[in-house]
Write a protein that binds this ligand. Structure first.
Ligand code: SAM
Length: 251
């Protein structure tokens, strides 16, 4: 998969993308991420890429032409028209489901706005959809683009050890993940739950599933209300909950 990021601050993006799991995935060629400086495509002799808004008002608006030329250069480089996403607080809320959907695409282009945003005509001309990372306003689209890129890259083949790494995580199946523990067995008088030390893999699997449901109900009742359990699984869990009488699992 290839992700192209169009930005006025490419260093901000490359600094993050070269680190950790995402950095390794890029270095190993599992994904390609290219950051493009929109300013390199301005034809203004002062390298300006923004101007005052028509109709007056505060702030500056990013001009259409430099972004369009940058986008066209990416289309030529990749030999395709990438699915083009404008990072915007007005967009569709981002989610794990969208990350999965985007991870199946060969090419994705993320456009980062700045200042008051981007000339509307450019959005009409090249953008396929607008995506928001939440109902708040940031100074630019770089952090949102990095959030989106990171969540997609970790889903790509070979980036994590195997798909169970993300399939068991929060949000993948509409629930939050179970609690995690590591050494030592006791810390500040708090013990790791016995079942996790038992080596009984079937009981561990059931306990984690029950915990996952319990904490989703407590932390995210909105998610729980949307969760539709498989009837056979629900029956199995109800029976299995009796294995852990001290936990008082509600099902
Ligand atoms: N004037 C715009 C409005 O009220 O809708 C906000 C512009 S914002 C200051 C500058 C840029 O940051 C946007 O063009 C967008 O690319 C990015 N941005 C800000 N908040 C965002 C969010 N919640 N999700 C995605 N992108 C965001």
């Amino acid at each position: 998969m290839r992700i192209d990021i169009l930005t006025l601050f490419p260093d901000m993006c490359t600094a993050v993308l070269k680190e950790s799991i995402v950095g390794r995935a890029c270095a190993q060629g599992l994904v390609t991420v290219q950051c493009h400086n929109i300013r390199d495509y301005t034809q203004d002799r002062h390298r300006r890429v923004d101007d005052a808004p028509y109709g007056g008002g505060r702030g500056m608006v990013m001009q259409a032409e430099p972004i369009y030329l940058c986008w066209k250069a990416v289309c030529e480089q990749t030999g395709t028209r990438p699915h083009t996403i404008y990072m915007s607080p007005q967009g569709r809320p981002f989610s794990q489901q969208l990350a999965v959907e985007f991870s199946h695409r060969e090419n994705l282009l993320l456009l980062c706005g700045h200042y008051e945003g981007v000339d509307e005509r450019l959005l009409e001309e090249i953008v396929d959809e607008e995506i928001s990372i939440g109902d708040y306003v940031l100074t630019g689209g770089e952090l949102p683009a990095l959030v989106v890129a990171d969540s997609i890259i970790r889903l790509c083949d070979g980036v994590l050890a195997d798909s169970s790494c993300f399939e068991e995580e929060s949000h993948f199946h509409g629930l939050l993940e179970y609690p995690q523990y590591t050494r030592p067995e006791e810390w500040m008088g708090r013990k790791v739950p016995d079942v996790l030390l038992s080596g009984h893999h079937a009981n561990i699997e059931i306990w984690r599933r029950l915990k996952s449901i319990e904490r989703t109900r407590i932390k995210r009742p909105d998610m729980m209300a949307r969760f539709v359990p498989d009837p056979a699984d629900a029956k199995r869990l109800k029976k299995a909950a009796k294995l852990f009488p001290d936990e008082h699992f509600e099902l």
